[in-house]
Design a protein around this ligand. Structure first.
Ligand SMILES: [Zn+2]
Length: 73
């Protein structure tokens, strides 16, 4: 991996936070999902020290692999 935590140097374990939008319809007491988008990466933190790691500093193939693994965009 071409990126490491700027604070502690960890290059293996990261926390990736994603955001996902759901459109729901409430009908009486039933809730249906009308629309969902794919999750988007919101924030990446080092899993060791929780420093922010800029996602756009990961090399492109790693970034693509992460998005693919998470089903994100
Ligand atoms: Zn760290």
């Amino acid at each position: 991996m071409a990126v490491a935590c700027p604070s502690c140097g960890n290059a293996r374990s990261f926390q990736v936070k994603t955001l996902q939008m759901h459109v729901i319809q409430v009908d009486d007491s039933r809730v249906n999902i009308a629309e969902e988008n794919r999750p988007a990466v919101f924030e990446v933190l080092c899993d060791e020290c929780e420093a922010a790691v800029p996602f756009d500093e990961f090399d492109e193939s790693t970034r693509r692999e992460i998005l693919l693994t998470l089903g994100a965009r």
